[in-house]
Design a protein around this ligand. Structure first.
Ligand code: NI
Length: 167
């Protein structure tokens, strides 16, 4: 596995649209492994392929339980993710992004979502998610169409310390 360089604003690559993945080959698996390693190293709780300069529809998310710090983290790898349902109920929360260093902001997101996509082998996956992990998914999937959380934030500020997990 190789650490990849995380691209930051104002790099225009972050604003581009991405391609659907059609080849579930060895290169894809290597890319996904690199994304996971790069996310963990950052450290972050999510990473989308455009953040390492790859314009393909891939997100990786690693989430620890909000309530139980001892619980094992769950790693999600979703290729060609698509949000098929979003709750009308929304929640404001503070987000930060590995590609927008030094800034956090209040973003309103759906409380629960359904995500469909494929795993690294091309098999269909479907996740029903709510809370913080649903927020991370919405943030990462926005990266696939060039949307950054700063576009959606109601307010932005520079935090005095790193109290937000970056994605
Ligand atoms: Ni981000």
């Amino acid at each position: 596995m190789t650490l990849r360089k995380i691209i930051t604003v104002p790099n225009e690559v972050l604003r581009r649209n991405t391609h659907i993945v059609t080849n579930f080959d060895k290169n894809l698996k290597t890319l996904i492994d690199d994304m996971v390693e790069t996310m963990r190293n950052a450290p972050g709780v999510g990473l989308a392929a455009p953040q390492i300069g790859i314009l393909e529809q891939i997100v990786v998310i690693e989430f620890g339980d909000e309530e139980d710090e001892e619980a094992p983290k769950k790693l999600y790898t979703v290729v060609n993710p698509e949000i098929t349902r979003m709750s009308n109920e929304k929640l404001m929360g503070v987000e930060g992004c590995l590609s927008v260093p030094g800034v956090v902001g209040d973003v309103e997101r759906s409380l629960s979502i359904v995500v469909k996509g494929q795993n690294r082998n091309g098999q269909k996956v479907k996740y029903k998610l709510s809370g913080w992990v649903a927020r991370i998914f919405q943030h990462e999937i926005d990266h696939l169409t060039g949307v950054l959380f700063t576009d959606l934030a109601e307010s932005l500020w520079q935090p005095e310390e790193d109290y937000v997990d970056n994605v």
